[in-house]
Design a protein around this ligand. Structure first.
Ligand code: 5AD
Ligand code: SF4
Length: 475
């Protein structure tokens, strides 16, 4: 892991020829702002970081495009969690690098986020026409780097581990006018054996409750109806400025945000099973705006594998937690992450996972094949489960989960659910789409524009695995 480079800067490495009069500056003089294209890989936190980048660049007057061939600056915000994601990023970088060499020599190409933080100099060495490597902690300065590179056309690497501040709120770049992400904490202290996140996103830091409250109030003023709190471990959120001496800080944060006028729904992701407190479970039950959906990653149903993964709970403890949540919160939905093919996973270990999924009946499972991540503890183990076995186990779990969801959806037919209307479906302007409180996607017809409204929909059928219904009433 190349985490040792700190605020290291290389300009004009010689691999890219410098122009004496940069063309892009000439464009700015003629009032034509450089156009930026951002491509994002990975989790919601990455999408949020891309919103931060967009917001900072919009403030400086840059324009944005959805077409990379129109762009003067291409930024890719990356994910390192699985090897496959990294391979895709390299494929894009090669394509853009070739395009720059053959067609657009002034193009600025930058890689940001987790891969940049992890690989540093290696990427700059691998991709000949890359201009910028910007780690996770340096994203709040992206506008400075872009400005500098547009002037110089040089190469620059910005990787810092000195990250104590949160990026500024990102109101300019919200993609929808209905829902917004709000990062409440960052980083992770858990060091699960397979996971690169603690190395690329650093130690846990939480924002103050006042700052979050102000951001959500501002969002509510702008018409946002739903906020989703983001963090690698939201339920270990810790209030620095001591509004409470008790340890249930996340529950307290939920309560404070629940009181903000204009916000209709509050969601959060993602939670670690070991940190899910009774106070948080009760807050979800008692606070009217907090939606009944909890994402708690299981990863494996085998005690042996959980221990090797350093997950700090057993199969039995996870089951007890699910029972407690279901007993406390009526109609709650529970979703999870599962990994197959972790080193030494036998058929029996896998069946422990399979049987637990069958027993719990999650509302959704995100299932991944294990891939070793250099620098993590698990990368020292032999990756001994063959690819075909990983694929077979993945397929078995996917089809089990599909059957579970089909059964849950069938039980909803004839029932009324509350939907926050998000958007209409592109192909059919009279068809709207939204989610139930417990995160099930539903579509329905309406001649009236109901975007942003809470409506009640009666579920009538399942089409292509998705719930469809008819409008029953508008709140
Ligand atoms: N290989 C495969 N999946 C992984 N995840 C994290 N690290 C790895 C890895 N090395 C999965 C976990 C996590 C989700 C975000 O990605 O299931 O919860
Ligand atoms: Fe990774 Fe584990 Fe932290 Fe989640 S809790 S980000 S899986 S180290």
């Amino acid at each position: 892991m190349n985490n040792k480079i700190s605020q290291h800067r290389i300009l004009n490495s010689g691999k890219i020829s410098r122009r004496k009069t940069p063309r892009l500056f000439a464009r700015q003089d003629s009032m034509c702002q450089p156009k930026v294209f951002i491509q994002t890989f990975g989790c919601q936190m990455n999408k949020y970081d891309s919103e931060v980048m967009k917001s900072l660049l919009l403030k400086e007057g840059y324009e944005f495009t959805d077409n990379w061939q129109e762009a003067d600056v291409i930024l890719v915000n990356t994910c390192s969690v699985r090897q496959h994601a990294e391979e895709r990023v390299y494929a894009y970088l090669w394509k853009w690098s070739k395009y720059k060499q053959e067609t657009k020599p002034n193009l600025i190409i930058g890689i940001c986020g987790c891969m940049a933080q992890k690989e540093g100099m290696n990427i700059l060495n691998k991709i000949p026409h890359l201009n910028l490597v910007c780690g996770t902690y340096s994203i709040p300065r992206i506008h400075e780097f872009v400005k500098d590179l547009l002037k110089t056309g040089g190469r620059r690497i910005e990787i810092s581990e000195d990250y104590t501040d949160f990026p500024p709120p990102v109101h300019e770049a919200r993609e929808t006018k209905i829902s917004a992400w709000v990062a409440i904490m960052r980083g992770c202290n858990n060091y699960c054996a397979y996971c690169v996140v603690p190395y690329v996103r650093g130690r846990e830091i939480s924002r103050s409750v006042e700052e979050i409250e102000n951001e959500v109030k501002e969002l509510a003023r702008k018409g946002i109806k739903e906020v989703t709190f983001l963090g690698q471990n939201v339920n270990s959120y810790n209030i620095k400025n001591k509004i409470s001496k008790i340890k249930n800080d996340f529950a307290l944060l939920l309560k404070r945000i629940n009181d903000i006028n204009g916000i209709e729904r509050i969601r959060f992701t993602t939670s670690h099973p070991k940190d899910m407190s009774q106070a948080t479970i009760e807050a979800i039950r008692d606070l009217p705006k907090v939606c009944e959906h909890i994402h708690i990653a299981l990863q494996s149903g085998s005690d042996k594998i959980l221990k090797l993964m350093n997950r700090k709970y057993t199969r039995e403890q996870y089951k007890e937690l699910v029972e407690k949540i279901r007993k406390t919160i009526p109609k709650v939905s529970i979703t999870t992450d599962i990994m197959v093919g972790f080193p030494t996973e036998t058929e029996d270990d896998f069946m422990d996972t399979y049987n637990l999924v069958k027993e719990i009946e999650f509302d959704a499972s995100y299932i991944f094949k294990y891939s070793p991540r250099p620098g993590t503890k698990a990368a020292e183990f032999k990756d001994d489960v063959p690819e075909e076995i990983k694929q077979e186990r993945l397929n078995k779990l996917l089809s089990l989960q599909k059957r579970i969801v089909q059964k849950q959806n069938e039980e909803l037919i004839g029932k009324e659910v509350e939907i926050l209307v998000g958007c209409h479906i592109l192909k059919d302007k009279s068809k709207y789409f939204g989610k139930t409180r417990n995160f099930k996607p539903v579509s329905f017809q309406s001649d009236k524009d109901l975007t942003g409204k809470l409506v009640r929909v009666k579920i009538t059928e399942i089409r292509g695995g998705l719930l469809e219904g008819v409008l029953a009433s508008q709140n």
